[in-house]
Design a protein around this ligand. Structure first.
Ligand code: F3S
Length: 393
């Protein structure tokens, strides 16, 4: 990979140990993937925030990086942490976990990484434009940015996104290049898809079928496939098949098929396929907790939940996961109070997967998200009910 004089100076330590380490990481990645050069990125979204996922080794790595004087050179922000940074006691988070989690946030803060703690930065005003190069690392955020916004990011790891934040650049390969952004699988949606769980189940089916190809959907109704549902579709595909980019005819800003589109594999998804995919994900009888907000809820989704639970007393514990900014907006509209009166909790900065729910006695969780339904059994030892809010509450 060709470096400019300035980049070489950074690599050799001319601008401090922290920047040298970040440059070293980017150069190693660039070499592995055959990048020709580094290109500027406008923002970085850094995963690897929850103490549950990175542990003491991660905390030590970050503290060390911060001590080397590394600072973000571009706007950079965090993925969800393992708890609500303000109301963690209300969530029932163990003290020891909270203490370590706050130290992680502090280490990132020392590197000027903003503690937005959300997987939906695009819902709090961070919306890269068509063709804009970025370095994001949470799988559903990557999918949304590449697909719905038409921005360009690879599937960055926590460490590569952090390095990009510090240098302001990323190696030029993969989804930054036109030739790697062409669909290799056509998914014909032949079922009436309207509910959130339908989009999650469709994402599971398409994600499993993708096998490292970019899927292109036909047959989705643009009136029903709004941003909330498309974020759920993308998240489920990312979880089921590491899909980082997809197209949907008439919905996504780009539609690129590989050469000879008539020869592409096509699969049809029918109502019975969705029903089968949903049935396979059910493993819980009773529920300890219902969690909505994977990816993090928009204000519209929180309003819809508030309308559903208004005046009721919920029989099951409910968490509505979102970003701090959206929670503040929801507070202004009175939605947080309405949900609270019904017995639910609007939880900011975290989610059901990266918080330590299994340590808190939760064994069975209800979700309307294909991604959460995929990860909760393995990462949080949960039994699952996968359905829509109306059936879960
Ligand atoms: Fe976001 Fe957590 Fe789901 S990070 S996409 S809410 S697993």
């Amino acid at each position: 990979m060709l470096l400019t004089k300035e980049e070489e100076k950074i690599l050799s330590g001319g601008e401090g140990a922290g920047k040298a380490k970040a440059m070293e990481i980017l150069c190693a990645i660039g070499k592995i993937y055959g990048a020709d050069r580094l290109i500027p990125v406008s923002t970085a979204q850094v995963a690897g925030v929850s103490y549950k996922t990175i542990g003491d080794a991660g905390l030590e790595f970050l503290s060390d990086f911060a001590a080397k004087g590394a600072k973000a050179a571009i706007p950079a922000f965090l993925n969800p942490a393992g708890m609500d940074l303000k109301n963690w006691k209300e969530m029932g988070i163990p003290e020891r976990f909270a203490e370590r989690q706050l130290r992680i946030i502090e280490a990132y803060g020392a590197m000027n990484i903003q503690s937005t703690c959300t997987c939906t930065p695009y819902l709090i005003g961070i919306r890269p434009k068509l063709g804009e190069h970025i370095a994001w690392s949470e799988s559903s955020a990557i999918s949304f940015a590449n697909s719905i916004l038409g921005a360009r990011t690879n599937r960055e790891s926590a460490v590569s996104a952090l390095s990009s934040a510090i240098i302001g650049k990323t190696p030029n390969f993969g989804l930054h290049l036109d030739e790697n952004r062409r669909a290799g699988l056509v998914v014909e949606v032949a079922a009436p898809i309207s509910r959130m769980s339908d989009f999650g189940a469709l994402g599971i089916i398409a994600g499993k079928a993708a096998k490292e190809r970019i899927p292109a959907f036909t047959g989705l109704d643009p009136k029903l496939a709004n941003e909330d549902r498309m974020k759920s579709l993308g998240a489920a595909m990312a979880a089921a098949g590491s899909v980082a980019l997809y197209y949907a005819r008439g919905i996504t800003p780009e539609w690129r098929l590989a050469d000879e589109p008539e020869k592409l594999e096509r699969i049809a998804v029918e109502a019975k396929d969705l029903a089968e995919a949903k049935a396979k994900m059910q493993s819980a009888d009773g529920l300890d907790l219902v969690t909505i907000g994977c990816p993090h809820c928009s204000l519209t989704e929180i309003r819809e939940i508030a309308e559903k639970v208004k005046g009721k007393k919920l029989k099951v514990k409910l968490w509505v996961c979102t970003s701090r900014k959206v929670k503040e907006d929801a507070e202004k509209h009175g939605y947080v109070k309405i949900i609270g009166k019904a017995g639910g909790l609007v939880v900011a900065d975290t989610c059901m997967v990266v918080s330590p729910i299994e340590e808190m006695g939760v064994k069975a969780t209800g979700v309307n998200s294909g991604k959460a339904a995929t990860y909760l059994p393995s990462l949080c030892r949960q039994k699952i009910r996968f359905s829509d809010i109306e059936e879960l509450l």
